[in-house]
Ligand binder design. Sequence first.
Ligand SMILES: *Cc1c(COP(=O)(O)O)cnc(C)c1O
Length: 344
Amino acid sequence: MPSPATLTIDLKALAANFHTLEAASGAPVHPVVKADSYGLGASACAERLMVEGARTFFVARAGEGERLRAALGPDAAIYVLDGCLAGRAARLRAAGLKPVLNTGAQLAEWQAAGGGACGLQIDTGMNRLGFRLEDAPEPFAGLDLVLSHLACADDPAEPMNARQRDAFAAAAARYPGTLRSFANSGGAFLGPDYAFDALRPGICLYGGGPEGRPDDRIRPVATLSAEVLQVREVPAGESVGYSRGFVADRPTRIATCATGYADGVLRAYSPKGLVAVGAVLRPIVGRVSMDVCAVDVTGVEIAVGDRVELFGARRMLDDAATAAGTIAYELLTSVTARVPRVYI
Ligand SMILES: *Cc1c(COP(=O)(O)O)cnc(C)c1O
């Protein structure tokens, strides 16, 4: 029996997106599986991606890397984007993790602990993590990957993309023989001169489009579905949910569905949110509450026990995110531990 609210992950679609990214860019894909593969489950996703040929992965935190190492065994290379924080080198080494060094202090910390295989992040304009171009260190032993990150890859018309690419090419030339990784999901579709030696995509693997909207090249991977707990006829003039968030202006059929903000259905899904009820999209009405939300199913054939889809193949993830005033990344990573992940 599926749980009332379930996140279903289609591993075949994940694999298809992996191969699409490689084909689009001509470069190998080194999947980003941080934040538990954007909430989809890093072990299951990375194991499947290894079957598809992936050998190198990126996580954000050392703890994520340790869990991934336990799941994948010794054959995978795992880079930690946080780098080497003070006092953490031994822990990274024990799990065979490669820090992506971001600062001179991190480099010193890593080398003081004996150094070894690691990456280096160059900041080419995002001003988030990494060495400024003028502060980039001389080549050093153990360095096997140099990366930089695009700030606006979801907007192909943004001139900053080419400036960052050129700055990265110049910086990477200082480290001959070191693998160069530049493009995230959006970057994978910006053209061959953005691919360098390895891609670092996340969201497109997990079903989000490269430009923040549904894209025919990317298959939906995650489906958040919820069971209908009750169907009721609400007379005109009555309200639904907390704070009279919705008032019926006509007789309205309401399906109360088993998912709420404690599952990651943000309160911001209302008032613009739509869910797929069978083949049609219907509005979420009133306030999303902790465990349930209300859907206007007037005129729709629906019964207790049916399932509605918050996002998935019939309600695209990017559209659901836009309606909630956010992005696919946040919708996926908002799905909480209460929701079982089911792999198909
Ligand atoms: C999260 C992240 C990625 C993946 O980005 P997507 O837009 O999800 O493809 C790549 N590189 C770095 C440094 C990141 O932080």
